[in-house]
Design a protein around this ligand. Structure first.
Ligand code: GDP
Ligand code: MG
Length: 393
């Protein structure tokens, strides 16, 4: 029996529609977007991600109201070094963090700047949150270029880095910012009474609802440092950071933690050229635009002595040492790696990299997607060696 032409057409259209839907589903599936690099066979972010195990502090069970006298908040603050001109981008960051987390817990914000904050900056930021906002000037003694830095040498070195296409090489404020974040922020008087901090930056994004007090989590589990993204650095910016670090370790061998991250720091298998460029340092680091940390660690004897050594060596200016590799080497060498935590459940983006878990609490990012942009960015992912040598905790 012949089938009428319109019915045949309808049948064909249905088949085409089904094929299209199957194709779309494959496009959206987490598995099709994750690029496995450096020997990683499976991305843990594609496994369903829940909350950390054990007891967690929740806003429903405790008093987290903004002005409570008997608050359940621990001594912690959200901090940001930021410029007045970045107000618009900072607002977006704050809106994301408030929506996903802080409207429940009302931790205070402390903003830092080398210039006075404008009234407009203060008005607009405070308008976004019920939590207390504080605005602090960075003292010149913490921000200024130290007197042992030779500015002629800085200019010549910066010129050489510029020729290697290193971004911000000649921008002195960028060097000052990296130095301040490396060894000064936790000395600011406004942070004296606080132990834990969560660093935020303008223009970053948060994707997942986090329903527990992350600072209490840090405290209860004795965590020193929490991160989301683990990356390679540009070796040209830190040519002598590892040699200086080795010198410091040689003079202070007892500072090395028994349970350190040496193999992650010195891996020369995944990217041999990087490790060579980093004079023996893999350049792997925690991306410090996101960090949740214990300032008692940074204020402690070991890290502080390490920072002083690096500061005297001059690489914050003669090279372009970033606070990310400096914090990471400090944490990786002097902390116990069991006390370092991957906040895999905090969906996060700082252009161009992501931490996006597979969880119903998240929206707006693709689980397992590590980068947005050109394919070469995939190899900047240092999680494979971290997972291999340190773990996925
Ligand atoms: N107040 C102030 N903040 C700065 C300065 N330079 C950088 N920052 C802040 O430091 C952080 C890192 O700077 P950013 O430009 O994002 O560096 P990138 O992420 O390495 O490209 C951001 O929160 C900036 O707002 C500066 O000269 N003054
Ligand atoms: Mg940034």
């Amino acid at each position: 029996m012949a089938i009428a032409r319109p019915i045949r057409m309808l049948g064909a259209a249905c088949i085409l529609l089904c094929l299209f839907l199957v194709f779309q589903m494959r496009q959206d599936s987490p598995r099709s977007t994750s690029k496995l690099v450096h020997g990683m066979t499976k991305d843990p972010l594609l496994d369903p991600t829940g909350e950390p195990e054990g007891e967690l502090w929740r806003a429903e069970d405790h008093d987290y109201s903004p002005d409570s006298e008997k608050t359940a908040r621990t001594n912690a603050a959200i901090i940001s070094l930021v410029r007045n001109e970045e107000l618009g981008d900072l607002i977006h960051t704050m809106q994301d963090l408030e929506r996903t987390w802080n409207h429940k817990f009302n931790y205070p914000y402390i903003f830092f700047n080398d210039q006075p904050f404008s009234e407009e900056f203060k008005r607009q930021t405070q308008a976004i949150t019920k939590a207390k906002c504080q605005y602090e000037l960075v003292p010149e003694a913490h921000w200024g270029v130290p007197d042992w830095i030779n500015m002629d040498l800085f200019r010549v070195s910066a010129q050489m880095l510029e020729e290697e296409n290193i971004q911000y090489a000649s921008k002195i404020s960028y060097h000052q910012m990296c130095r301040w974040n490396s060894g000064m922020f936790y000395k600011h008087p406004a942070l004296e009474k606080y132990r834990y901090y969560w660093r935020i930056e303008p223009k970053v994004q948060f994707f997942c609802n986090v329903d527990y007090d992350v600072f209490r989590y840090m405290e209860d589990r004795n965590k020193t440092y929490g991160f989301t993204i683990n990356l390679y650095d540009a070796p040209q910016t830190i040519k002598t950071l590892w040699p200086e670090t080795r010198k410091f370790l040689a003079a202070n061998p007892s500072y090395l933690s028994e349970n350190n991250m040496w193999e992650w720091i010195t891996d020369d298998q995944a990217r041999p050229e990087h490790t060579k460029g980093g004079s023996g340092y893999s350049t792997c680091h925690f991306w410090s635009n996101f960090e949740i940390g214990d300032m008692d660690f940074f204020r402690g004897e070991k890290y502080e002595a390490y920072f002083q050594h690096l500061d005297r060596a001059g690489g914050f200016f003669y090279e372009r040492w970033g606070d990310a590799p400096v914090h990471s080497l400090g944490v990786g060498l002097f902390a116990d790696s069991n006390n370092v935590h991957w906040f895999r459940d905090i969906g996060y983006n700082h252009i161009p990299y992501y931490n996006c878990p597979n969880s119903p609490k998240c929206s707006g990012c693709t689980p397992g997607k590590f980068f947005a942009g050109a394919d070469f960015l995939a190899k900047e992912d240092c999680r494979p060696t971290y997972f291999k040598y340190v773990g996925t905790h």
